[in-house]
Design a protein around this ligand. Structure first.
Ligand code: AMP
Ligand code: MG
Length: 329
Protein backbone atom coordinates (compact mmCIF):
# COMPACT_ATOMS: atom_id res chain seq x y z
CA UNK A 1 0.00 0.00 0.00
CA UNK A 2 1.32 3.43 -0.91
CA UNK A 3 0.88 6.43 1.32
CA UNK A 4 -1.34 8.36 -1.13
CA UNK A 5 -3.50 5.52 -2.49
CA UNK A 6 -6.81 7.29 -1.84
CA UNK A 7 -5.62 10.58 -3.35
CA UNK A 8 -4.19 8.76 -6.35
CA UNK A 9 -7.41 6.81 -6.99
CA UNK A 10 -9.63 9.89 -6.62
CA UNK A 11 -7.30 12.02 -8.75
CA UNK A 12 -7.16 9.42 -11.52
CA UNK A 13 -10.96 9.19 -11.60
CA UNK A 14 -11.23 12.97 -11.68
CA UNK A 15 -8.83 13.52 -14.60
CA UNK A 16 -10.36 10.63 -16.54
CA UNK A 17 -13.79 12.25 -16.15
CA UNK A 18 -12.37 15.63 -17.24
CA UNK A 19 -10.66 14.04 -20.25
CA UNK A 20 -13.98 12.49 -21.35
CA UNK A 21 -15.61 15.94 -21.09
CA UNK A 22 -12.83 17.56 -23.14
CA UNK A 23 -12.99 14.84 -25.79
CA UNK A 24 -16.77 15.20 -26.07
CA UNK A 25 -16.49 18.99 -26.45
CA UNK A 26 -13.72 18.60 -29.04
CA UNK A 27 -15.90 16.20 -31.04
CA UNK A 28 -19.06 18.30 -30.93
CA UNK A 29 -17.94 21.93 -30.78
CA UNK A 30 -14.58 22.11 -32.58
CA UNK A 31 -15.53 22.37 -36.26
CA UNK A 32 -13.91 23.48 -39.51
CA UNK A 33 -15.76 26.76 -38.99
CA UNK A 34 -14.42 27.42 -35.45
CA UNK A 35 -10.93 26.46 -36.66
CA UNK A 36 -11.09 28.81 -39.62
CA UNK A 37 -12.41 31.70 -37.53
CA UNK A 38 -9.91 30.94 -34.76
CA UNK A 39 -12.98 30.87 -32.52
CA UNK A 40 -11.81 29.96 -29.01
CA UNK A 41 -15.29 29.35 -27.55
CA UNK A 42 -15.03 25.51 -27.57
CA UNK A 43 -12.00 25.61 -25.33
CA UNK A 44 -13.77 28.04 -22.99
CA UNK A 45 -16.60 25.52 -22.60
CA UNK A 46 -14.22 22.60 -22.08
CA UNK A 47 -12.10 24.57 -19.60
CA UNK A 48 -15.06 25.37 -17.34
CA UNK A 49 -16.65 21.92 -17.67
CA UNK A 50 -13.34 20.15 -16.99
CA UNK A 51 -12.75 22.21 -13.83
CA UNK A 52 -16.36 21.52 -12.71
CA UNK A 53 -16.06 17.73 -12.94
CA UNK A 54 -12.60 17.58 -11.31
CA UNK A 55 -13.75 19.77 -8.41
CA UNK A 56 -16.98 17.80 -8.03
CA UNK A 57 -14.99 14.55 -7.69
CA UNK A 58 -12.45 16.05 -5.30
CA UNK A 59 -15.24 17.56 -3.19
CA UNK A 60 -16.79 14.11 -2.83
CA UNK A 61 -13.51 12.37 -1.95
CA UNK A 62 -11.76 15.10 0.08
CA UNK A 63 -14.32 17.74 1.11
CA UNK A 64 -11.79 19.65 3.24
CA UNK A 65 -9.11 19.96 0.55
CA UNK A 66 -8.75 23.35 -1.20
CA UNK A 67 -8.33 23.41 -4.98
CA UNK A 68 -6.30 26.07 -6.77
CA UNK A 69 -7.65 26.01 -10.31
CA UNK A 70 -6.91 28.18 -13.30
CA UNK A 71 -10.59 29.13 -13.82
CA UNK A 72 -13.40 30.66 -11.80
CA UNK A 73 -17.10 31.00 -12.61
CA UNK A 74 -17.18 34.81 -12.62
CA UNK A 75 -17.70 35.05 -16.41
CA UNK A 76 -20.50 32.47 -16.23
CA UNK A 77 -22.43 34.38 -13.55
CA UNK A 78 -22.87 37.38 -15.87
CA UNK A 79 -25.07 37.73 -18.93
CA UNK A 80 -23.40 34.83 -20.79
CA UNK A 81 -26.54 32.66 -20.76
CA UNK A 82 -25.70 30.65 -23.89
CA UNK A 83 -22.17 29.84 -22.70
CA UNK A 84 -23.50 28.95 -19.24
CA UNK A 85 -26.07 26.55 -20.72
CA UNK A 86 -23.44 24.88 -22.94
CA UNK A 87 -21.11 24.38 -19.97
CA UNK A 88 -23.92 22.88 -17.86
CA UNK A 89 -24.82 20.51 -20.71
CA UNK A 90 -21.19 19.39 -21.05
CA UNK A 91 -20.98 18.71 -17.31
CA UNK A 92 -24.38 16.97 -17.27
CA UNK A 93 -23.24 14.56 -19.99
CA UNK A 94 -20.48 13.38 -17.63
CA UNK A 95 -22.14 13.49 -14.19
CA UNK A 96 -25.56 12.29 -15.38
CA UNK A 97 -29.03 13.81 -14.92
CA UNK A 98 -29.44 17.58 -14.77
CA UNK A 99 -27.10 18.93 -12.09
CA UNK A 100 -28.55 22.48 -12.42
CA UNK A 101 -26.70 25.74 -12.97
CA UNK A 102 -25.94 26.61 -9.38
CA UNK A 103 -24.08 23.39 -8.40
CA UNK A 104 -22.02 23.54 -11.61
CA UNK A 105 -20.96 27.13 -10.90
CA UNK A 106 -20.12 26.29 -7.30
CA UNK A 107 -18.00 23.28 -8.39
CA UNK A 108 -16.05 25.60 -10.71
CA UNK A 109 -15.65 28.12 -7.90
CA UNK A 110 -14.30 25.44 -5.57
CA UNK A 111 -11.14 26.01 -7.63
CA UNK A 112 -10.75 29.57 -6.26
CA UNK A 113 -8.85 28.60 -3.12
CA UNK A 114 -5.60 30.33 -2.19
CA UNK A 115 -2.36 28.47 -2.64
CA UNK A 116 -1.12 29.16 0.87
CA UNK A 117 -2.25 26.21 2.98
CA UNK A 118 -0.28 23.16 4.09
CA UNK A 119 -2.21 20.97 1.66
CA UNK A 120 -3.98 21.86 -1.59
CA UNK A 121 -4.64 20.53 -5.08
CA UNK A 122 -3.77 22.55 -8.15
CA UNK A 123 -5.58 22.08 -11.45
CA UNK A 124 -5.13 23.14 -15.03
CA UNK A 125 -8.46 21.99 -16.52
CA UNK A 126 -7.03 22.29 -20.05
CA UNK A 127 -3.33 22.93 -20.35
CA UNK A 128 -2.40 23.72 -23.95
CA UNK A 129 -5.61 25.45 -25.03
CA UNK A 130 -4.08 26.26 -28.43
CA UNK A 131 -3.25 22.57 -28.93
CA UNK A 132 -6.81 21.62 -27.98
CA UNK A 133 -8.23 23.97 -30.62
CA UNK A 134 -5.85 22.68 -33.29
CA UNK A 135 -6.70 19.04 -32.48
CA UNK A 136 -3.13 18.60 -31.23
CA UNK A 137 -1.85 17.89 -27.75
CA UNK A 138 -3.34 19.15 -24.53
CA UNK A 139 -3.54 17.84 -20.97
CA UNK A 140 -5.68 17.91 -17.87
CA UNK A 141 -3.12 18.47 -15.12
CA UNK A 142 -3.83 17.82 -11.45
CA UNK A 143 -1.39 17.77 -8.55
CA UNK A 144 -1.52 17.53 -4.78
CA UNK A 145 0.87 19.78 -2.88
CA UNK A 146 1.79 19.32 0.77
CA UNK A 147 4.10 21.71 2.59
CA UNK A 148 5.32 23.13 -0.71
CA UNK A 149 6.16 19.71 -2.21
CA UNK A 150 4.27 18.03 -5.04
CA UNK A 151 3.27 14.60 -3.68
CA UNK A 152 0.85 13.36 -6.35
CA UNK A 153 0.94 14.34 -10.04
CA UNK A 154 -1.50 13.36 -12.79
CA UNK A 155 -1.52 14.23 -16.48
CA UNK A 156 -4.37 13.10 -18.69
CA UNK A 157 -3.30 13.48 -22.33
CA UNK A 158 -6.26 12.63 -24.59
CA UNK A 159 -4.46 12.97 -27.92
CA UNK A 160 -1.11 11.39 -27.10
CA UNK A 161 -0.50 8.28 -29.23
CA UNK A 162 -1.19 5.01 -27.46
CA UNK A 163 -0.25 1.74 -29.10
CA UNK A 164 -0.35 1.27 -32.87
CA UNK A 165 -3.37 3.40 -33.69
CA UNK A 166 -4.94 4.59 -30.46
CA UNK A 167 -4.76 7.87 -28.60
CA UNK A 168 -4.95 8.75 -24.93
CA UNK A 169 -2.49 8.32 -22.08
CA UNK A 170 -2.61 9.02 -18.36
CA UNK A 171 0.60 9.66 -16.44
CA UNK A 172 0.63 9.25 -12.68
CA UNK A 173 3.32 9.83 -10.09
CA UNK A 174 3.57 9.65 -6.34
CA UNK A 175 6.55 11.19 -4.62
CA UNK A 176 9.08 8.46 -3.87
CA UNK A 177 7.05 5.78 -5.64
CA UNK A 178 7.83 6.10 -9.36
CA UNK A 179 5.86 7.19 -12.40
CA UNK A 180 3.45 5.16 -14.53
CA UNK A 181 1.59 5.30 -17.85
CA UNK A 182 -2.01 4.11 -17.79
CA UNK A 183 -4.58 3.68 -20.53
CA UNK A 184 -6.59 6.90 -20.31
CA UNK A 185 -9.97 5.63 -21.48
CA UNK A 186 -9.97 2.29 -19.65
CA UNK A 187 -11.25 2.82 -16.10
CA UNK A 188 -10.19 -0.74 -15.23
CA UNK A 189 -6.53 0.11 -15.79
CA UNK A 190 -5.56 1.14 -12.27
CA UNK A 191 -1.81 0.59 -12.35
CA UNK A 192 -0.57 0.82 -15.94
CA UNK A 193 3.15 0.26 -16.36
CA UNK A 194 6.21 1.98 -14.92
CA UNK A 195 7.99 4.53 -17.09
CA UNK A 196 11.54 5.78 -17.01
CA UNK A 197 13.51 8.65 -18.55
CA UNK A 198 15.90 7.99 -21.46
CA UNK A 199 19.62 7.53 -20.92
CA UNK A 200 21.26 9.11 -23.97
CA UNK A 201 24.94 8.26 -24.43
CA UNK A 202 25.84 11.95 -24.59
CA UNK A 203 24.11 15.30 -24.42
CA UNK A 204 24.54 15.72 -28.19
CA UNK A 205 22.24 12.68 -28.65
CA UNK A 206 19.56 14.13 -26.39
CA UNK A 207 16.36 15.19 -28.12
CA UNK A 208 14.88 18.40 -26.79
CA UNK A 209 11.31 19.58 -26.69
CA UNK A 210 9.70 22.97 -26.26
CA UNK A 211 6.41 24.83 -26.70
CA UNK A 212 4.76 25.14 -30.09
CA UNK A 213 3.88 28.72 -29.15
CA UNK A 214 6.89 31.02 -29.47
CA UNK A 215 5.25 33.44 -27.01
CA UNK A 216 5.56 30.82 -24.23
CA UNK A 217 9.24 29.94 -24.60
CA UNK A 218 12.14 31.70 -26.32
CA UNK A 219 12.80 29.39 -29.27
CA UNK A 220 15.75 31.41 -30.64
CA UNK A 221 17.44 31.14 -27.28
CA UNK A 222 16.81 27.38 -27.06
CA UNK A 223 18.25 26.92 -30.58
CA UNK A 224 21.44 28.62 -29.37
CA UNK A 225 21.61 26.37 -26.32
CA UNK A 226 21.02 23.27 -28.43
CA UNK A 227 23.88 24.36 -30.73
CA UNK A 228 26.19 24.86 -27.74
CA UNK A 229 25.34 21.32 -26.60
CA UNK A 230 26.05 19.88 -30.06
CA UNK A 231 22.41 18.89 -30.58
CA UNK A 232 21.59 18.90 -34.29
CA UNK A 233 18.15 17.26 -34.26
CA UNK A 234 15.17 19.57 -34.74
CA UNK A 235 13.29 20.40 -31.52
CA UNK A 236 10.20 18.36 -30.77
CA UNK A 237 7.50 21.04 -30.47
CA UNK A 238 4.46 19.92 -28.55
CA UNK A 239 1.82 21.80 -26.56
CA UNK A 240 1.06 21.48 -22.86
CA UNK A 241 2.57 19.37 -20.09
CA UNK A 242 2.75 16.54 -22.63
CA UNK A 243 6.36 17.84 -22.79
CA UNK A 244 6.95 16.58 -19.26
CA UNK A 245 5.34 13.25 -20.22
CA UNK A 246 7.68 13.03 -23.24
CA UNK A 247 10.73 13.47 -20.99
CA UNK A 248 9.37 11.08 -18.36
CA UNK A 249 8.96 8.23 -20.84
CA UNK A 250 12.12 8.89 -22.82
CA UNK A 251 10.59 10.36 -25.97
CA UNK A 252 12.70 13.45 -25.34
CA UNK A 253 15.49 14.05 -22.84
CA UNK A 254 15.36 17.82 -22.38
CA UNK A 255 12.44 20.23 -22.01
CA UNK A 256 13.44 23.88 -22.24
CA UNK A 257 11.04 26.63 -21.22
CA UNK A 258 13.01 29.84 -21.49
CA UNK A 259 11.41 33.12 -20.43
CA UNK A 260 10.24 35.38 -23.24
CA UNK A 261 9.68 38.29 -20.86
CA UNK A 262 11.59 39.11 -17.67
CA UNK A 263 8.37 39.78 -15.72
CA UNK A 264 6.50 36.54 -16.59
CA UNK A 265 5.98 34.17 -13.68
CA UNK A 266 5.08 30.56 -14.43
CA UNK A 267 1.74 29.37 -13.02
CA UNK A 268 1.85 26.51 -10.52
CA UNK A 269 -0.80 24.48 -12.40
CA UNK A 270 1.33 24.57 -15.56
CA UNK A 271 4.16 22.67 -13.85
CA UNK A 272 3.26 20.89 -10.60
CA UNK A 273 1.99 17.60 -12.06
CA UNK A 274 4.57 17.45 -14.85
CA UNK A 275 7.50 18.12 -12.53
CA UNK A 276 6.63 15.17 -10.30
CA UNK A 277 6.01 12.85 -13.25
CA UNK A 278 9.51 13.62 -14.58
CA UNK A 279 11.21 13.35 -11.18
CA UNK A 280 9.44 10.11 -10.29
CA UNK A 281 10.57 8.69 -13.65
CA UNK A 282 14.19 9.44 -12.70
CA UNK A 283 14.60 12.90 -14.23
CA UNK A 284 15.38 16.33 -12.82
CA UNK A 285 13.45 19.62 -12.92
CA UNK A 286 14.75 23.07 -11.97
CA UNK A 287 14.42 26.62 -13.22
CA UNK A 288 16.92 28.12 -15.68
CA UNK A 289 19.24 29.05 -12.77
CA UNK A 290 19.25 25.52 -11.40
CA UNK A 291 16.94 26.36 -8.47
CA UNK A 292 14.22 23.95 -7.34
CA UNK A 293 10.70 24.98 -8.40
CA UNK A 294 9.13 26.45 -5.26
CA UNK A 295 5.42 25.78 -4.79
CA UNK A 296 5.12 27.99 -1.72
CA UNK A 297 4.58 31.43 -3.23
CA UNK A 298 0.90 31.36 -4.12
CA UNK A 299 -0.44 30.90 -7.64
CA UNK A 300 2.85 31.49 -9.42
CA UNK A 301 6.40 30.18 -9.23
CA UNK A 302 7.35 33.68 -8.07
CA UNK A 303 10.87 32.69 -7.02
CA UNK A 304 11.73 30.93 -10.30
CA UNK A 305 12.50 31.87 -13.90
CA UNK A 306 11.60 29.46 -16.70
CA UNK A 307 11.89 25.69 -16.43
CA UNK A 308 14.45 23.05 -17.40
CA UNK A 309 13.35 19.41 -17.19
CA UNK A 310 15.73 16.65 -18.21
CA UNK A 311 16.51 12.97 -17.89
CA UNK A 312 18.80 14.05 -15.04
CA UNK A 313 22.43 13.45 -14.06
CA UNK A 314 25.23 15.03 -16.07
CA UNK A 315 22.83 16.05 -18.84
CA UNK A 316 20.95 18.39 -16.51
CA UNK A 317 24.20 19.96 -15.42
CA UNK A 318 25.38 20.41 -19.00
CA UNK A 319 22.12 22.09 -20.00
CA UNK A 320 22.34 24.54 -17.08
CA UNK A 321 25.95 25.31 -18.01
CA UNK A 322 24.98 25.96 -21.62
CA UNK A 323 22.24 28.36 -20.44
CA UNK A 324 24.82 30.30 -18.41
CA UNK A 325 27.24 30.26 -21.34
CA UNK A 326 24.56 31.50 -23.78
CA UNK A 327 23.78 34.35 -21.40
CA UNK A 328 27.40 35.47 -21.46
CA UNK A 329 27.72 35.35 -25.24
P1 AMP B 1 2.58 25.40 -23.63
O1 AMP B 1 1.45 24.60 -24.15
O2 AMP B 1 3.66 24.62 -22.98
O3 AMP B 1 3.09 26.41 -24.62
O4 AMP B 1 2.04 26.24 -22.40
C1 AMP B 1 0.74 26.68 -22.23
C2 AMP B 1 0.73 27.56 -21.02
O5 AMP B 1 1.60 28.67 -21.22
C3 AMP B 1 -0.59 28.19 -20.69
O6 AMP B 1 -1.28 27.36 -19.79
C4 AMP B 1 -0.23 29.53 -20.05
O7 AMP B 1 -0.49 29.51 -18.66
C5 AMP B 1 1.27 29.64 -20.25
N1 AMP B 1 1.74 30.95 -20.71
C6 AMP B 1 1.02 32.01 -21.15
N2 AMP B 1 1.85 33.05 -21.44
C7 AMP B 1 3.11 32.63 -21.17
C8 AMP B 1 4.40 33.25 -21.27
N3 AMP B 1 4.56 34.51 -21.71
N4 AMP B 1 5.47 32.52 -20.90
C9 AMP B 1 5.34 31.25 -20.48
N5 AMP B 1 4.14 30.62 -20.37
C10 AMP B 1 3.04 31.30 -20.72
MG1 MG C 1 -1.85 25.79 -18.72
Amino acid sequence: MGSYDRELAAGIEAVRAAARVCRAVARTLVTADTLEKKDASPVTVADFASQAVVCQRLERAFPADPVVGEEDAHELRGPAAALRATVVRAVAAEVGGDPGISPVLSWIDRGRAHADGARYWTLDPIDGTKGFLRGDQYAVALALIEDGEVVVGLLACPNLPDGASGRGALFSAVRGEGARRLALWDPMDAAGRPIEVAHPASVADARFCESVESAHSDQDHSAKIAALLGIHAEPYRIDSQCKYAAVAEGDASIYLRLPTRPDYREKIWDHAAGKLVVEAAGGRVTDVDGAELAFRHGRTLAANRGVVATCGGVIHQRVLEAITQARGS
